[in-house]
Structures are given as structure tokens and as C-alpha cells.
Design a protein around this ligand. Sequence first.
Ligand SMILES: *[C@@H]1O[C@H](CO)[C@@H](O)[C@H](O)[C@H]1NC(C)=O
Ligand SMILES: *[C@@H]1O[C@H](CO)[C@@H](O)[C@H](O)[C@H]1NC(C)=O
Length: 403
Amino acid sequence: MGAKLLCLCLLPALLAYYIYTPMPAELAQPWKVMVLCAPFRAVGHLSAVLDLLGLVHYMKGMRLITAMETVMVTSDENVTVTDTEFNNVPVLLYLPKRAPDGLRRAMVYFHGGGWCLGDAGMKSYDHTSRRTSNELDAVVVSVNYRLAPEHRFPVPFEDVYSATKFFLQSSVLAQYGVDPARVCVAGDSAGGNLAAAVAQQLLEDPEVKTKLKAQVLLYPALQALDLDLPSYRDNANKPLLSRLLMVRFWSEYFTSDPSLREAMASNRHVPAEAGHLLQFVNWSRLLPAGMRKGHVYAAPRPGSAALARRYPGFLDPRAAPLLGSDARLRQLPPTYILTCEHDVLRDDGAMYAQRLRNAGVSVTHDHAQDAFHGALLFISWPYELAVGHRLFNRYMQWLKENL
Ligand SMILES: *[C@@H]1O[C@H](CO)[C@@H](O)[C@H](O)[C@H]1NC(C)=O
Ligand SMILES: *[C@@H]1O[C@H](CO)[C@@H](O)[C@H](O)[C@H]1NC(C)=O
């Protein structure tokens, strides 16, 4: 009896202790953020233990998050949803039900999850695809590309590229009633990385005649050369993406060999031969003073040439779109970039915005002071945050005006 009572009192205390994480003062609804993020932390800890015991690969453990969130996607009164394939790549296709008022807009969307997790059928992604389709009267293609660690770079990139290329054929656009002059690519986090990489690659593909109207990059990951940017320093332990988890995502995109992960964690993985690429991620030059936050610039120390020869992916612009040349960036379509203050990836987006502006591209850069990485996932019941709704509505508004 006594023991039971003790448990009854101790459990909530332990749970509260576990859930409690210090939150930046600017975050709205801090307690709600804490509670909503607790399952992510719990799955993270569980996966780390299982990985340590050699039972389950860390990323496969983390997929519990995807599994908990993935729903049977069905049509509703406004939107017909079809589970199909473009060039053998699975996609969810969202078509508005209302009679078309001429040709429609279209968006090709890539979900986030560090190239290792996530699914177009996750509740939050299904919800945003559905609302995008309904509110913009748009055809939405949400791509289920293959994931690392089973399928490493360049497979995820090649999957999204080949699905996009299939959709952009005039005959396919015509079949879905899409206006070829109103197609965009979009994605969040690792999906923003893929969207930026696809937009660049399309510029150099003589087989693709359709030009993108816009690209939408929501807190994207855009480079892995410097993992000690002010945003990495300031936000190493913020929800939902810690610095160590981002380092793990980047390294798993290329290999499970811990030597790459360790080199990246100490920011010592770019070989001297690739030193010329550092100009593209030089935050002392590319960040406005206000975003440097008083940090002092130090170039990453040179890493092992042998390691980079073994895993050259992180030097490839298809994995790191910030490494694209100015000549290439100049041809990109109007761009929407969202960055969040409390996010390790904040400076990736801000530096890309600057490079695109320098190249003469029209850029809308929205920076959310009160947001954290992944805030857009929280827009459907019961995982709802005011900040998620606000950020979603903001980029929908941009699309209404620019797509
Ligand atoms: C269908 O569209 C209407 C108008 O946009 C909206 O009010 C309604 O909630 C939508 N239904 C669903 C199931 O999303
Ligand atoms: C970065 O930019 C600063 C000037 O803002 C310059 O002094 C430094 O040499 C640059 N470093 C690299 C590695 O490009």
C-alpha cells in the first residue's frame, strides 16, 4: 500500500522532471511547447539506448515518431487524395474537388525529417498539403522519397528530382489541369534542402522545359561545411532539433561511419583542398550584423582529406545548395525563406537569402523571433501551437500573391 502510494506520488514528479526543459523567454506557450516536445525527446533517448546496445539503428528507432504520426490518408469534401507513383517514386497527390476556374497552380512538396525520418502521410504533412490544395486551389504533390540510412545521398535527392521532373512534363501538367507557369517547389527542414537542390538542378537540365514560378524554403538545411555558425552556438539545445541531432542527420545522409559524425561534431571535416568553398558559408560576410549576435568568426579548422574523399557528398551542391555558384543562383525563381530565431538552421536560411539577393533574385525572408525548428508541424489537433498557425498562414499568403 505504502509503496503504491509512493509510486503514485513519485511518478508525476518524475514525469514533470523529465518533461521540464528550459525554454527561451520569447517562445509563446512555453509549457505547451515543452509537453508537445516531450515525446520527441523520449523517443530520442530510447533510440540512443537501443543504438548503444546494438539492437536498433538510432534512426530506425527515431522512426517511431513517424509511425506514431502517420495516418491513413483519405479524400475529404474538398480534396481528392490519391496514393500513386511518379517515375516509380511514391507520391500523395492532392486534387481540389471544386470545378476548376481555368488552369490551376501546383506545388511539389518535400517533407522534413533529416533525410532519415518523416512521411508525406504524417498527420501534420497531410494536413498542410490538404489545406494548401484547398486554399490555393492547387494541385499538391507530396513526395515520399526513400530515406537514409538505408538510402543515402544522392538517393533521396534523386527520388525527389525524378518525381518533380515527371510532374513537370507538359503532358502530365495538362492531365491534372495545371498551368505550367504556376508551379513551385517547397519543403521544410531537410525537405527545404531538397527543394533548393531541385530548383538549382532543374536550371541545368535541358530536358525540362517548364520553369518554376517560385521556391519555398521553410527553415531549410543548406550546408554542412560550417556547423559552428552563430545559430548552432546559440541553439545547441533548443526544441526540436539539437546541434548533435543535426550533426547526426547530416552525417547519416552520407554514412553511418562515426568518424564523419565525430569530425562534423568538432567542425573539423572540410579538407584544406575544399577551403575555397568556405566563402559560400562565410557568416561573417553573409549574415547581417544583427544576426551575428556578437559572435567572433573563426573559419572551420581543416579536416582529413581521406575522410572527405570517402564521403564527398557534403561538398556537393545537391546536398548543400549554399555551395551553388553565383552564376547558377542568379537564374533561380522568386524565393520565400522562413527562418526561426531558436533554430540551429537559422543562419543557413539567412545566408542563402543574402546570397540570392546578391545574385539579383527576388527574395522574401521571413524571420520569426518567437519560433523554433519544426514549429510548422504543430497546426493540427491535438498538436497545435499559435506560432505554427501564424507561420503557415504567412507563407500561404505569400503563395497567394506569388504563385
Ligand atoms: C472545405 O473547405 C471549406 C472552405 O474552405 C472549409 O471551411 C472546410 O473546413 C473544408 N473542409 C475540410 C474537411 O477541410
Ligand atoms: C570570411 O570573411 C571575412 C570578412 O568578412 C574574411 O576576413 C575571412 O578571410 C573570410 N574567411 C573565409 C574562410 O572565407
